[in-house]
Design a protein around this ligand. Sequence first.
Ligand SMILES: Nc1nc2c(ncn2[C@@H]2O[C@H](COP(=O)(O)O)[C@@H](O)[C@H]2O)c(=O)[nH]1
Ligand SMILES: [Mn+2]
Length: 468
Amino acid sequence: MAVTGKDLIELGFEQGPELGRAIETVNALGLEGQALSTWVAANKPAPRIKLQENLGYRFNLEAETEDEVDNVAKVRATMDVLMRTPTLVDGAVMPDACPAGPEGTIPVGGVAVARNAIHPGMHSADICCSVMVTEFADAEPQDILNAIHEATHFGPGGRPNGMRFTMSPDLYDAFRGNAFLNDKKILQAAQEHLGTQGDGNHFAYVGRSEATGATCLVTHHGSRGPGAGLYKLGMRCAEGYRTKLSEGVKKQNAWIPADTEEGEAYWEALQLIRKWTKANHNALHQRAAMIAGADVRERFWNEHNFVFRKGDLFYHAKGATPIDPEMLPDTNGTQIIPMNMAEPVLLVRGAVHDGNLGFAPHGAGRNMSRSAHKRALEGRTDQSVFDEETDGLDVRFYSGNVDVSELPSAYKSASAVQAQMKQFDLADTVDRILPYGSIMAGDWERDAPWKKKAAAKRAARARREARS
Ligand SMILES: Nc1nc2c(ncn2[C@@H]2O[C@H](COP(=O)(O)O)[C@@H](O)[C@H]2O)c(=O)[nH]1
Ligand SMILES: [Mn+2]
């Protein structure tokens, strides 16, 4: 009689994706009795790691207004589910936290500490999203803003041929030597995307230091195409382990065991993506300095979407600023927290303690979705909202179209986030860069060919309907 799944489960084979194949094999071999038991003992997969219960985390967030009550409840709910992931040993929430996907997904403003595991879904798709500051010796803010406007590139894709920056040959070779990054699309994007900032809330911001009056340039972007490519491959690899190793773990919380060949290659790939992203900021700052003919006094940066390592613990930050020098190989001790285009960029220093796990907020965060923000502005033109919210500032959209979802009202109150940063002793503000102006991608999709085609179709349909 044919061996069934039930027979195998009774002999100790766990329910799971390997069961079907095992049934086929034992039947093909015609195993029964002791021979079958011996085969099951030798071939049953290791027991699956189950979800854990009741792991606490640090909650550095309070609702200040009615609008924020719902946001705080959602952040708690998603953290409660996230912390059941069996690799996690600690976690923290920053004052700028907001949900970022289905329940159980690490929120923006979240920190998750895993033992011996790298979770690609917890550093987010925009690996190494980061901020860099250059302080100039003697320059006017307007000249620096004009210079970065000329130097940078916002919007989808890369720079056109003939307008590209050169990727360091050593870094290119290191990409080729890594099992994840030696990928045609990643290598191509690494060359074409250097010197680009993408879209969404990435920006180039210029202002003056409150402490010294020096003009400063701040850029915000991540690892563009190369990082997106690595994220995709990392998630695919982690998914293989999730189905093999664990039970009940959400897809977005899959992990790559750090002590495997793949884990080591992924860790190395993250470090190379970090180097590429730093080079990307640097290229733009250097080009802007050259165009403006300005001398650089200081330059520093930090990432806020990344994985940091201490021994076998992997600190995943999705929108959290590391303040622990142990996590930052190239820090001068000062970290950067932007708020919105009309507010100062904070320069902070902090001390590690039990409540912050070595992190501070990374911004103001959103307490409503982009569409809810659009609904809240219904009846007003984009231009009127822009005029009101950027009064006195030199704010430019690279595509020429205002993106209202990036205006200051789209973000939480900057002062409330700063008050909570103080209340929870997350970091101290040591200087502020007061806004002169900034550049963002803007709503480039409004003029995208597919949008124009769809609009033309709608107009033609309306004309036909009017005639009939
Ligand atoms: N100075 C500016 N800050 C801005 C702008 N748009 C967004 N932000 C802040 O950045 C953080 C980080 O965003 P994330 O994409 O890394 O999550 C965000 O929370 C805002 O507070 C801007 O135009 N200028
Ligand atoms: Mn960012």
